[in-house]
Design a protein around this ligand. Structure first.
Ligand SMILES: NC(=O)C1=CN([C@@H]2O[C@H](COP(=O)(O)OP(=O)(O)OC[C@H]3O[C@@H](n4cnc5c(N)ncnc54)[C@H](OP(=O)(O)O)[C@@H]3O)[C@@H](O)[C@H]2O)C=CC1
Ligand SMILES: O=C(O)C1=N[C@H](C(=O)O)C[C@H](O)C1
Length: 249
């Protein structure tokens, strides 16, 4: 399979290594300094594009892939408020896209069990629940996309929570730290070099239950993105990583 990498930072470089190990070919690498090479003609050399750039650049990269008619894996986070519009455009133009806040197998198992756990905990309303995420200090978005997916899985299943609120603990400028009872707190921490850790905490007067995923490195995210590229290359339509893992089947 011929792959175009849109974003050649921490993730792009690991995706390249894993794609080559799996006998794929990298035909285009786009980063900030060679963005002029992102032409329809160059994109059309690829069977699939894998996008891990920034929340500010992802939408125009998606647009360019739609114009070129190249199937696309989007791992970038921080743009999902635009999901409905991108989906509509993908379907109208008969293109293909798979997106996910986290492509690792372990986190997708975590997402699934998180929803089941929330359904169970809804019967025990004396436990309050919150989400904690820790990432490296270069991360541009907060809360993490993964934390938002976890929070959505809780809010869908716990009657007492109707929305989430983020507090970036290292950000001293946050002065509104009041959390209402129906808000799910997502606490974000930024610590040098941490690839990503997410914890769901159920706390009562008598005990605490913690459910935690820790990424030891970025290899799991990158392998998942390459698997997604293999999965999407001959499909049409708009998919999430959940469609690929399909744990409910
Ligand atoms: N879904 C998942 O499984 C995962 C998602 N992510 C997400 O992926 C994204 C990238 O993460 P990561 O690789 O760690 O970040 P990096 O900052 O290491 O890499 C992003 C790269 O994109 C480059 N870039 C800037 N503008 C453009 C553009 N217009 N087109 C293409 N590339 C551009 C940046 O260049 P420059 O530095 O010169 O600006 C940088 O090299 C983030 O949103 C992160 O949250 C991360 C891990 C897993
Ligand atoms: O920026 C990162 O590094 C990561 N971003 C994704 C997110 O926002 O959830 C996935 C992973 O946690 C690493």
């Amino acid at each position: 399979m011929k792959i175009a990498l849109l974003g050649y930072g921490k993730m792009g470089k690991i995706i390249e290594r894993i794609a080559l190990d799996r006998k794929h070919e990298i035909v285009l690498k786009i980063d900030k300094d060679n963005i002029h090479e992102l032409t329809t003609e160059n994109l059309q050399q690829a069977d699939v594009a894998i996008e891990f750039s920034t929340p500010y650049t992802v939408l125009s990269n998606i647009e360019n892939c739609f114009k070129a008619g190249v199937p696309l894996v989007v791992g970038t986070t921080g743009w999902h408020h635009e999901l409905a519009q991108v989906r509509q455009e993908c379907e109208l133009t008969n293109n293909s896209l798979i997106y996910g806040t986290n492509f690792s197998v372990g986190v997708n198992i975590f997402f699934y069990v998180n929803r089941m756990l929330a359904r169970l905990m809804n019967n025990y309303p004396y436990y309050d629940v919150q989400v904690e995420e820790i990432h490296h200090t270069q991360k541009l978005d907060s809360p993490s996309g993964t934390a938002i997916t976890i929070a959505d899985g809780i809010i869908e299943n716990i009657d007492s929570k109707t929305g989430w609120k983020n507090i970036l603990v290292s950000d001293n400028s946050t002065d509104d730290n009041n959390i209402k009872a129906d808000q799910l707190l997502i606490e974000s921490h930024r610590i040098d070099s941490v690839p990503g850790a997410h914890t769901v905490i159920y706390d009562s007067e008598v005990d605490t239950i913690e459910f935690k995923h820790t990424a030891h490195n970025r290899n799991g995210f990158a392998l998942g993105a390459v698997l997604a590229a293999e999965w999407i290359q001959d499909k049409k339509g708009f998919y999430s990583v959940e469609d690929m893992f399909n744990f409910n089947k």
